[in-house]
Write a protein that binds this ligand. Structure first.
Ligand code: COI
Length: 354
């Protein structure tokens, strides 16, 4: 990696580490002592700093507040049983982040700032990596358009920021999911593949309504007909039908999940067949009727492998899964945990040492 960007480190004099309880950590509510902030202006990344964690100042006319030019990523770091700390597949997130950037007319972030900066930030806040089972250091890199300007055009100034959050599980129990048949998350030709805040803002109304009816999240469907499933928003989905793992294909409307990709790789390693293809609600209903739909789970960085306990296909047509009987999801989760915690050889070189 070229040594083009100097990263200045200004450490806090008031660490919160000793006064923070690591018991029952929630997801994404506790933040470490430092953050990385890089500024883009004049066509280049100009300043990269690790600073004490805290509020940032932006002009009220900054483009991000008006037209939503914002993208983000989710990555995890773990304390491994060999005593070292590792980040899981940050190269995939860096790649996806820059695809999201291109989609929203934002500048790409060089590897030296994204991965190099991330490693340096975690080195500074290493003591914050939780060690309890199912816990990790959740990493949230994001970029916002900071130029003060009200024209509807790509901004010329940006901030790239990384914050860190020691976190427990995203879903503490099997998820209750409703297949969404009214609202739409994304259509072909849109930016459903990218991790931009707008996709998530536009998902809130459907999720709010689903929550009122006792569900945790919705499973989005392709627009207009609402016949084919897409993803959950906080995770991709996978089903086991007749002992084959099936998941929606990457058609540009869903996120190219790093965990989705890891799960597909591990499934193939374990000898399972995997099909990435369109899946209709009718197919799920028929497979369930025939007793062939045996498992349903979400895959995501935050969600890891989240079993789906309840799935509403259509009004009054609900599948209740016995998640205790999910053999394949359990096997995949155990294998991923073994890789991430260094209990087996990392044959795919997924772990990056800090
Ligand atoms: C992740 O899995 O890292 C995500 O970004 C999903 C999320 C919005 C919590």
């Amino acid at each position: 990696m070229a040594e083009e960007y100097k990263i200045d480190v200004i450490k806090t004099e008031n660490s919160k580490l000793k006064s923070t309880s690591f018991d029952n950590l929630p997801f994404g509510k506790v933040f470490t002592d430092h953050m990385l902030v890089a500024d883009y202006a004049n066509g280049k990344w100009e300043k990269v700093q690790i600073l004490p964690y805290g509020p940032i100042t932006l002009d009220p006319a900054a483009t991000v507040f008006h037209y939503g030019q914002e993208i983000f990523e989710g990555i995890k770091a773990f304390h491994n049983q060999d005593g070292n700390d590792y980040i899981f597949r940050p190269d995939k997130n860096w790649e996806r982040f820059n695809k999201s950037a291109v989609g929203l007319c934002m500048p790409e972030v060089p590897e030296e700032i994204f991965i190099g900066g991330l490693k340096k930030l975690i080195e500074v806040d290493r003591g914050w990596i939780p060690t309890a089972p199912e816990h990790s250091l959740y990493i949230r890199p994001f970029m916002i358009a900071s130029q003060a300007f009200l024209g509807v055009h790509p901004a010329k100034e940006y901030k790239f920021i990384i914050i860190l959050s020691p976190s427990g599980p995203y879903f503490g129990k099997p998820a209750a999911i409703r297949i969404e048949r009214h609202f739409t998350r994304s259509a072909k030709g849109g930016v459903g593949y990218s991790k931009n805040g707008g996709n998530y803002a536009a998902s809130l109304k459907a999720v709010e309504q689903a929550e009122k009816d006792g569900y945790d999240q919705v499973l989005w469907t392709a627009p207009n007909e609402h016949k084919y499933i897409q993803e959950v928003g906080a995770m991709n989905v996978m089903f086991i039908i007749d002992n084959v793992a099936v998941t929606p294909e990457l058609d540009g409307t869903i996120l190219n999940g790093v965990t989705r990709n890891s799960v597909i790789t591990v499934l193939k390693d374990l000898g399972y067949s995997v099909e990435e293809r369109p899946i209709s609600i009718d197919e799920l209903a028929e497979a369930h009727k025939a007793g062939k739909l045996t498992e349903a789970f979400g895959t995501g960085t935050a969600a890891v492998i989240s079993p789906i306990g309840k799935l509403e296909l259509s009004e009054g047509n609900i599948i209740n899964f016995d998640v205790e009987k999910f053999e394949i999801a359990k096997k995949i989760k155990a294998t991923l945990d073994d890789i991430r915690l260094g209990r087996v050889v990392d044959t795919h070189n997924w772990l990056v040492k800090i």
